[in-house]
Design a protein. Structure first.
Length: 202
């Protein structure tokens, strides 16, 4: 089976490929509850609908009105093998802040809801990921307690039309609402686009 074929498999199909039939049936019977969530949020500034399936295949349908942000969320879903749908209508005539932050809030709430009682998962996880000249680390503790550490800066204020500081705003909102420890560390990097992309891929 090629890498491309593996990437397109669902979580269930990938798990089936790893075990004999008896073991797979036992795993499946112990994990019957779908790890999904649907969050709807409406404020004076934004209206958001977000659907998340943790056991997906990396498929996404993203429409926030912020092009670069849509691309980052698409990469987050693809490399995390989550299925993610986001529809956001925000006050972009003012700026991008409310839209990006509120999507982060919804994603964090969706992660918390989809994980449920967290049975059968590994609490800790980390990855160090290269993105051309950039190297980033993302470390997570699904502890039920919020803490966010950001050790990254951007050499430019903008990435195209996107405010680079909103990367921090988004991940802080997501971590706070998922009740997780999240540490994002930039080891080195010179290109703002690559730094942001590395953080979302990781």
């Amino acid at each position: 089976m090629s890498n491309g074929q593996v990437e397109n498999l669902s979580y269930v199909d990938r798990t089936r490929a790893l075990f004999d039939a008896e073991t797979f049936d036992r795993i499946l019977s112990e994990n019957l509850m779908p790890r999904t969530a649907h969050i709807q949020r409406k404020t004076a500034e934004t209206e958001i609908s977000l659907q998340l399936d943790l056991d997906g295949a990396g498929k996404s349908e993203i429409a926030t009105g912020v092009g670069f942000f849509d691309r980052m969320l698409t990469l987050f879903a693809k490399h995390g093998l989550f299925d993610l749908e986001v529809r956001a209508d925000g006050d972009l005539e003012v700026d991008q802040h409310h839209t990006v932050e509120d999507v982060g809030i919804c994603l964090g709430q969706a992660l918390a809801e989809a994980l449920g009682d967290k049975q059968g998962i590994v609490r800790y996880g980390s990855i160090t990921l290269p993105m051309e000249e950039t190297l980033v680390t993302s470390a997570v503790d699904l502890s039920g307690r919020f803490w966010f550490v950001d050790k990254f800066t951007f050499p430019t204020e903008k990435i195209g039309e996107f405010d680079a500081q909103l990367v921090e705003v988004f991940w802080q909102a997501a971590a706070a609402n998922a009740l997780m420890n999240l540490h994002l560390v930039l080891h080195h990097g010179e290109n703002s686009h690559h730094i942001a992309e590395g953080l979302f891929r990781a």
